[in-house]
Design a protein around this ligand. Structure first.
Ligand SMILES: [Zn+2]
Ligand SMILES: [Zn+2]
Length: 135
């Protein structure tokens, strides 16, 4: 048991992992999300403040959904999201497609550099063990 206070309602609950939010609140947030998602479809030109007020959902929560790429806005939307890396206008998430690609490439090259160093000792051990088993 890992009891924690829910970050939303303050109730004690058994925390399994992820954000410290109880099941009841998770369900309520999910309902809010569906409501906001539908609202954006019906009102593609609504501002963040308008969405927040009409749905009684905090702008912080809406921005969180945008960062998680759960909410997507159309080209005509007044809501401007900027790439956190280069500042280019984007429709959802945290980074533009260009930055995402270059970040993925950087990750791949650093993994490739690290791999031989990290795996070498394990490989040697395996070989030694197999030779021992063979003879
Ligand atoms: Zn709660
Ligand atoms: Zn960018």
């Amino acid at each position: 048991m890992n009891l924690r206070n829910c970050a939303r309602c303050g109730k004690m609950f058994n925390h399994i992992g992820g954000p410290a939010i109880c099941d009841q609140c998770k369900r309520a947030i999910e309902e809010d999300f569906q409501k906001v998602k539908q609202y954006i479809l019906d009102n593609p030109r609504a501002s963040l403040k308008q969405i927040s007020e009409d749905n009684e959902v905090s702008t912080k929560q809406i921005q969180q959904w945008i960062r998680d790429e759960r909410l997507m806005f159309s080209e005509g939307s007044p809501i401007q999201i900027q790439c956190e890396n280069c500042g280019a206008p984007i429709l959802t998430g945290r980074f533009c497609a260009k930055c995402k690609t270059s970040m993925a490439n950087n990750l791949n090259t650093s993994f490739a550099k690290q791999r031989p160093v990290m795996q070498d000792p394990v490989k040697k051990d395996n070989k030694a063990g197999m030779r021992f088993l063979d003879t």
